[in-house]
Design a protein around this ligand. Structure first.
Ligand code: AHG
Ligand code: MN
Ligand code: MN
Ligand code: MN
Length: 333
């Protein structure tokens, strides 16, 4: 991308790239709020060593996780930046027990669900982490929000994406017309378009799962993982890569192909990852890039969550890999 054709996030949303995209102005405003929250979060991570912001905040969240100081920095940044766009009707955050209201004076027409800091167990050892978001049109016709506004089928999302705070800081997103990547140029403080129409390979030979849980896996998962490790599925044995932050593992899967898995098992009967702000948005990205995302039998985007923090099993990545995984689940129905 030469400097004489610098396409910033805002210009890209407003440009003619998406002639017929709905809510163009509102999305540009919302995404500028999300980009601001990601820059604040990125800055907080990079400066944590100077500002004693590593480590625990001394509280646990609704998932009984030990909340990190930077989880709170990121959560506050997302709530502030989104409210100030005046486009948001209500929000759901991993770090908040219930739906987050927006004062009527600042209320808008969109619902935003977000994981302000994903993979936070990796923070103190400087391994890449991310943020995840999804944007939905509000459902209710008046100012009082209800579960009907947030417990939505994934296919009702109008936009989704993630920030990856890695060797470079990226924002990867979809407005429902392909997947685009923006890299933070610190010299101008802008996310600049660097990855156009990102597509995932239909086949891949990298598998990503926490093998430390293998004694808890069901037969379908165990047999599938054994098949791809031994090459008994007719392919050469896959490589294993597991970073432990979903955004990093999914971003690598998107770029290199393969399959990311967080299955249900006897320890986590619904898996670990939450639908509204982890599985849903990243499934939208994966499908828009030509990949697949399933709970083992059903496309994740066809799921309607029954609670704001509902967990779902997830297998996402290259189309043929996920299809093969589903065939193992089919055999054990
Ligand atoms: P979060 O930090 O937002 O709570 O998410 C952590 C998630 C996800 O990022 C990752 O894929 C998964 O936890 C890793 O879980 P295990 O450590 O059980 O493998
Ligand atoms: Mn967490
Ligand atoms: Mn997460
Ligand atoms: Mn998180």
């Amino acid at each position: 991308m030469s400097s004489n054709n610098l396409i910033t996030l805002n210009r890209w949303v407003l440009s003619d790239t998406h002639k017929d995209i709905g809510f163009k102005l509102e999305l540009a405003n919302l995404l500028s709020g999300i980009a601001l929250a990601c820059k604040i979060t990125n800055n907080g991570i990079k400066r944590a060593g100077f500002e004693q912001n590593f480590g625990l905040a001394g509280i646990t969240n609704v998932h009984s996780e030990d909340v990190k100081k930077l989880d709170i920095v990121a959560n506050d940044a997302f709530k502030m930046a989104l409210k100030s766009t005046r486009e948001v009707f209500c929000m759901v955050s991993e770090e908040e027990d219930s739906i987050i209201p927006v004062p009527e004076s600042q209320s808008g027409n969109f619902v935003v669900t977000f994981d302000p800091l994903d993979g936070s167990s990796n923070l103190d050892c400087n391994v890449s982490v991310g943020s995840i978001f999804a944007i939905w049109p509000k459902a209710s016709t008046d100012h009082s929000f209800s579960n009907a506004d947030v417990l939505r089928k994934g296919r009702e999302m109008i936009a989704a994406g993630y920030a990856l705070y890695g060797s470079a800081t990226m924002l990867v997103l979809t407005l429902g017309q392909g997947v685009y990547g923006f890299t933070l140029d610190n010299s101008i403080g802008e996310f600049v378009l660097t990855h156009v129409e990102m597509r995932i390979k239909s086949k891949g030979n990298i598998y990503s799962i926490n093998e430390g849980n293998s004694i808890y896996w069901d037969k379908a998962t165990s047999e599938y993982v054994n098949a791809i490790k031994s090459g008994s599925n007719g392919r050469s044995p896959y490589s294993s890569r597991y970073i432990g932050s979903m955004v990093s593992d999914v971003h690598r899967t998107l770029l290199y192909g393969g399959i990311f898995m967080y299955p249900a098992d006897s320890k986590s009967p619904n898996g670990k990852l939450r639908y509204l702000y982890e599985v849903g948005p990243l499934s939208f990205i994966m499908e828009q890039a030509g990949g697949k995302s399933s709970n083992g039998s059903t496309p994740c985007l066809d799921i309607v969550p029954n609670s704001i923090h509902q967990r779902v099993p997830v297998f996402m990545g290259s189309h043929d890999c996920v299809t093969e995984l589903e065939s193992f689940h089919q055999q054990h129905k």
